[in-house]
Design a protein around this ligand. Structure first.
Ligand code: HNI
Length: 147
């Protein structure tokens, strides 16, 4: 089981309380779809994803970005239970959505970049290290049901 330090347990929720979630989720998903265009293939029902402007102004992308960000927020409430919290989402992404799990890291990196932009100098290397550990645990949990 993952062991969290006092610093991580204090810092990770603080990161989420200091960001504008309505902006971060949509921005991270948009960035992922623009930077890694093959990720668009899973969002065939989202309409126009033709170029960066279309992606960033697409209301379905924005709405789904908020939904995706609600995933990590659930984990915050029970940091020692992340695998179980994500078990159903892992099955969904594996069996129904058939998302290549390598894409989880790409979205996680986009999330890190957007959060770094919002937090500016507060996103110190120590804060980034805590965040990186958290997203790695979330991604590992999402990969868990793939076989
Ligand atoms: Ni993901 C649906 C969380 C990465 C493609 N995804 C969800 C839902 C959550 C979620 C929550 C809503 C589930 C439900 O409706 O019950 N996704 C997450 C998290 C990550 C992630 C926490 C990683 C950090 N998802 C990805 C990636 C892709 C992806 C990387 C594709 C590249 N997800 C989807 C698709 C759906 C989805 C597609 C269904 C969207 C829809 O509404 O049609």
């Amino acid at each position: 089981m993952v062991k969290w330090t006092e610093f991580e347990l204090a810092t990770i929720p603080e990161i989420f309380s200091n960001i504008d979630k309505d902006v971060v989720g949509p921005a991270a998903l948009s960035r992922c779809l623009i930077v890694y265009p093959w990720t668009q293939r899973y969002f065939g029902g989202f309409g126009n994803l033709y170029n960066a402007a279309a992606i960033t102004s697409n209301p379905k992308v924005a709405a789904h970005g908020k939904v995706v960000l609600s995933g990590p927020e659930r984990a915050l409430k029970d940091m020692d239970n992340i695998k179980q919290i994500y078990a159903d989402l892992s099955v969904l992404h594996s069996e129904k959505l058939q998302v290549d799990p390598d894409n989880f890291n790409l979205l996680a990196d986009c999330l890190t970049i957007v959060i770094a932009g919002q937090l500016g100098t507060d996103f110190t290397p120590e804060v980034q290290a805590a965040f990186q550990k958290f997203v790695s645990v979330v991604v590992a949990a999402l990969r868990k049901q793939y076989h």
